[in-house]
Design a protein around this ligand. Sequence first.
Ligand SMILES: [Zn+2]
Length: 368
Amino acid sequence: MSEHPADTNSFIAALLRDLAAAQSSERSGWGYKRAANAVLGLDVPIESLLQPDGTLAKIRHVGPKSEQVILEALRTRESPTVERAVDASARPSDIRRRRALRSNFLSRSRVVAALNDASLIGPSLDDYHGDLQMHSEWSDGSQTLEQIVEAGIDRGYDFCGVTDHSYGLPIAGGLSMEEMAEQHAAIDKINRRYRGRFRLLKGVEANIRADGTVDMTASELAQLELVVAAPHSVLRSAADQTSRMIAAVNTRGVHIIGHPRGRMYGSRPGVSADWDAVFGAAARSGVAMELDGDPARQDMDFELARRARDAGCLFALDSDAHSTPELSYAETAIAHARLAGIPADRIINCWPLDRLLEWLESRRIAAV
Ligand SMILES: [Zn+2]
């Protein structure tokens, strides 16, 4: 199996996802999917829940059939139950192909372990001063600007960047430039209220088009303090997209390349490119490469991030939260950065606010 050997929860969740995919009824598939998510979300390695009598302590949403798979996997590192179900299903090769789309996804217990592992070089939770990609109710998120500020303060942050989608992604409620101006007025008001305590940054998540250009004009980008550019199209093609990504990292006015591959857990490989060439260009242009902490994205993961570290890149570690509880997804990104051995000084979220603001301003396009 290709899963990280130390991440048993992730390995077992993948088996349960396979079992879900092998079901003929959507209903039973849904139950195994929920069990998989429960295992992925556990704070502790699942083997610690084994009881002396050989059964498993009760895990919410994990039924008897899932427990059987878990016990098989803990005993033998494989599950004949799952393999039989996959063989008997309508699409065994499709299910097996998807296994490759789960590599280097960390379970929550692996995230917790990485955060607590003092032998790792990399940012600690205390080094992390603010989150630079998230969505509010102004686009496809559910959180208000106020809730972001309060939750950010609760998490010990000094700043957050609100990066609602641009008008180029109407499916995600992208904001027109008029709505963007309204949002900026609301942010100004909040920043006056929280002056000296917290700073909300005026950001956007723009789209990297298939040709590598960013779908906002220079004068539009000039209106923003923080520009995340991210690929949202051509994410299932095996064709090489190195030139697309190099064009994006070289785009003036872009601060962060968000979820650089656009991969999705078990379903989408994302952009394929000569990443070392992309990272070399990114290091030269000074743009920050993102580690997106959404558990379904984990993009970049620690292995790819290590190559970006070696190329000399700057990094941003972000939650990509769409609701306030999802701000904790930043911890997944921090765990990947620790596993990749990225020094905190190379991570823009770990800079003091003044240094961050200066850097953001230095890359901003002068108003046209
Ligand atoms: Zn995005």
